[in-house]
Design a protein around this ligand. Structure first.
Ligand code: IVH
Length: 674
């Protein structure tokens, strides 16, 4: 056979094998026996061996290829991969539907889908080829796991669509694969995976794609990211389109015309869930019409047009063996229940926070009690209640100590607080926790500097304050237990890299009371440098959206301490960055995160609460444009009292109309009302 003939044969074998694979893995409807597929694949393999320069990356023989990776590259999601808000009961779902209907004047339909318990992925195709697969990561930056995803046979390596498209969905491990994997691991004396989600995530985080290939993972696709393909007008059309393009979509989705229908779907799957061959942890409800989705827009974290209903948590009974006390970063003493290990929602639980003494009193929890536990939101273990009939006689009530278990100083209960606190500023437990917080993922994100290493460094007297982290030397680190040359070098590199972090990470890491990661981001965006923030007055701070009085007070108080000024000076000298590096405030508004951004809006009629120029100014500040007449290009008409012909025209053109009340609500949501 000459090369030209080989090329022809190879092409036809690939087309045939791709269609067999599509029938088998995507449609679950094979048209030929497995042996037929295997024979053709062997034939293709042989030809490719004979003519190696005819091998292409999208050939069915190339799913598992290449050497293990050194590490995963980062991938920036050009459109963020958001997560969803949660609903836990019927009322939450009704509230969601009501909010959605207030954001639109059109009749509302929903699409209900199973919420697959796996991990979110994004697949990019360029020129008809699968070029990149990534994890969700923190939503903005994920990891490139292309070579692992290529091993999943239901992911097509090539598709008909030549324009650039990005599809999104869930990678998961079917029950059957999960059971087989754990059986094998047990036989080999390896640690078992707690649940299919962990097993799927663990498999996709392997550097050697051969491991992922052996794990029999699968995917369901349910959405898009960057999209140059044909537009559609509803989510249900999108699901059909994805299926037609050759992607595996979950067949159980349903279009529902009312909340009642949504509730029926939820009820049905709550019952039928155990019969599915894969794990689901809830139901996702999405507004079907895409224009309405766009009108509803997003909050900071999640879309307003979709919600995740979470199944109620499983409850189990176990014994409470002891109550342990720990001292947190801010000196708060937290009691933790030590439990007889028990399996709940897939993982073994042996500890559960009891939060504070009031909670222990309210539930009358005592050491030795038989207790009911569950995982709140299926993640955080919690003691639901005690079973009093099972309590032995003469069991004493539990009392919190009067002295700090770490430093022995007297504990205090601050006004209006339920927590007991150690207020000794040099309490070693607090200092250590502060350091652990500083290096944590959402703060300075210093890999390799976990709780254990911090403990060691602290015990050895190598670090006392945050600044000491930036003074650590190679020789000192090498003397620590379990620290080889490689880990020391990696650690020093990670510390060095953290010097370049944008301001919000430092702000969060400093552990200012009431300033969480989100507030830190807001402050960094608003003030841009730590010097400007340090000089900000209380009034300037409360004027910022999302910064409340308590936060403003706490910031002013924090920066007025001499110790803090010294610490910042030290960090500056140690070359730690003190500036915000993300997009500017004006850019954030314009990139679509505000419901008004990029929208053309017409104001008509008389408004009660605001003058027209004022309304115009507010809309423009949020990235919208106000025009004088209604046309097809108008996105929203805001109609006050006695709105006349513009209102009629908007109705005729089917344009979204808001009354004044709705407009005020939207402004409030976007923080447009000071
Ligand atoms: S839609 C912007 N649909 O649940 C909305 N998510 O918090 C994107 N998930 O991160 C999500 N099944 O990993 C959607 N049918 C489904 C889903 C689903 C599972 C996961 C996904 C997401 C999380 C929602």
């Amino acid at each position: 056979m000459d090369k030209l003939q080989a090329q022809e044969k190879i092409d036809s074998l690939r087309t045939l094998l791709n269609s067999y694979a599509h029938e088998y893995y995507v449609l679950d409807k094979p048209s030929v026996p497995d042996s037929e597929y295997d024979e053709k694949l062997a034939e293709l393999r042989q030809l490719e061996e004979q003519f190696p320069d005819l091998i292409t990356t999208d050939s069915p023989t190339q799913r598992v290829g290449g050497e293990p990776l050194e590490g995963f590259q980062k991938v920036q999601h050009s459109i963020p991969m958001l997560s969803l808000g949660n609903a836990f009961n019927e009322q939450d779902l009704r509230d969601f539907a009501r909010r959605a209907s207030q954001g639109t004047s059109k009749p509302l339909a929903f699409v209900c889908e199973l919420k697959i318990d796996g991990l979110a992925i994004s697949l990019t195709y360029e020129d008809g080829k699968f070029v990149r697969g990534a994890t969700r990561g923190d939503g903005t930056t994920g990891e490139d796991i292309t070579s692992n995803l290529r091993t999943i046979k239901s992911i097509p390596l090539s598709i008909k669509e030549k324009r650039k498209i990005e599809v999104r969905g869930e990678a998961y491990m079917p029950h059957k694969s999960f059971l087989a994997l754990n059986k094998l691991r047990e036989e080999n004396g390896e640690e078992l995976f707690a649940n299919p989600r962990n097993a799927a995530a663990g498999s996709l985080r392997q550097l050697d794609p051969k491991i992922a290939a052996s794990r029999n993972l699968d995917v369901f696709l349910y959405g898009i990211g960057e999209w140059q393909g044909d537009p559609v007008s509803s989510h249900s059309e999108r699901l059909t389109q994805l299926k037609e393009l050759g992607f595996r979509t979950n067949p159980e989705w349903k279009k529902c015309e009312s909340v009642e229908e949504v509730l029926e779907y939820v009820e049905y799957w709550t019952r039928e869930r155990p019969n599915l061959p894969y794990e689901i942890d809830g139901i996702v409800i999405k507004v079907d019409d895409l224009d309405t989705q766009e009108d509803l827009g997003f909050t900071v974290k999640s879309p307003r047009w979709a919600i995740a209903y979470k199944f109620p948590a499983e409850e189990v009974v176990t014994k409470l063996l002891d109550i342990e006390l720990s001292v947190g970063r801010t000196g708060v003493i937290t009691p933790t229940a030590i439990l007889n290990p028990v399996k709940v929602a897939g993982t073994t639980v042996q500890r559960a926070s009891l939060h504070n003494e009031d909670l222990i009193r309210a539930k009358d929890i005592r050491i030795g009690d038989t207790v009911v536990i569950k995982k709140a939101g299926d993640i955080i273990p919690e003691v639901v209640r005690v079973i009093p009939e099972k309590r032995e006689e003469d069991v004493l009530e539990f009392h919190m100590p009067t002295e700090c278990p770490a430093c022995g100083s007297e504990l205090v209960r601050l006004e209006e607080e339920v927590a007991l606190r150690c207020i000794n500023p040099s309490c070693p437990a607090q200092l250590q926790e502060g350091l652990v917080h500083f290096v944590s993922r959402n703060a300075m994100n210093i890999d390799g500097l976990g709780e254990k290493v911090i403990n060691q460094l602290f015990q050895e007297g190598l670090i006392h304050t945050i600044a000491d982290i930036y003074r650590l030397e190679r020789d000192e680190l090498l003397k620590l237990e379990r620290m080889g040359e490689k880990s020391v070098d990696n650690l020093l590199k990670a510390i060095d890299a953290s010097r370049e972090n944008s301001l919000e990470r430092l702000l969060f890491g400093l552990g200012i009371r009431f300033i969480g990661a989100k507030a830190a981001k807001t402050l960094a965006t608003e003030f841009e440098t730590i010097d400007k923030l340090q000089q900000a007055t209380y009034d300037e701070l409360v004027a910022v959206d999302e910064i409340g009085e308590k936060m403003a007070d706490s910031i002013v108080q924090y920066f007025s301490e001499q110790e803090v000024t010294d610490l910042i000076q030290e960090l500056k000298e140690l070359q730690v960055n003190m500036e915000y590096k993300g997009p500017k405030r004006s850019e954030i508004v314009a990139d679509g995160s505000s419901i008004f951004a990029g929208k053309t809006i017409v104001l008509t009629g008389k408004m009660e609460q605001m003058s027209r120029p004022e309304a115009k100014e507010r809309i423009e500040a949020l990235g919208g444009t106000v025009t004088g007449s209604v046309s097809k290009k108008t996105d929203i008409v805001i109609a006050g009292e006695d709105a006349g012909s513009k209102y009629d025209k908007a109705i005729k053109l089917g344009i979204t109309i808001w009354d004044e009340e709705q407009f005020m609500r939207m402004l409030e949501q976007e923080g447009g009302v000071a």
